[in-house]
Ligand binder design. Sequence first.
Ligand code: OFO
Length: 161
Amino acid sequence: MLSKSMQKALNGQIQKEFASSYLYLAMAAYCETKNLPGAASWLKVQAQEEWGHGMKIYEFVNDRGGTVTLQAIEQPPAEFGTRVEVFQAVLAHEQKITAAINDLYALALKENDYATQIMLQWFITEQVEEEKSVSDIVELLKMAGEHMVVVDAQLGKRAAG
Ligand code: OFO
């Protein structure tokens, strides 16, 4: 059984994951308008992954006898600047999500909630991978210069997953 405080915190994280999905879809829509189909495709895959993250916690709350309470998602921005700035914004967002996951883990430790700790370990590993892949893209875009079209095509190769 989840404690009330853990249930509240997990519901907050469900909101953050779905809000991440919405944000990345907004970024994808922006990239479509900027004729960056590869970046748009990458961001749409990322949006789907974030939806999956939200659902993972949703199922966990239910499995533990808790109650999922969905919270509002605010309207994301429509403008994201240059292509490097788009991915810098993704990186900054992922760093915030990492901090939120770490806070959840600290709460699970404090409450001796072992099941939630184990569930969150998947997210801790995932955040390491997400921050690395996005910071690699930022560096690649900074270096790309006139080869930007090649980099965009590369981003478009990301498979759904
Ligand atoms: Fe859910 O990992 Fe990104 O935000």
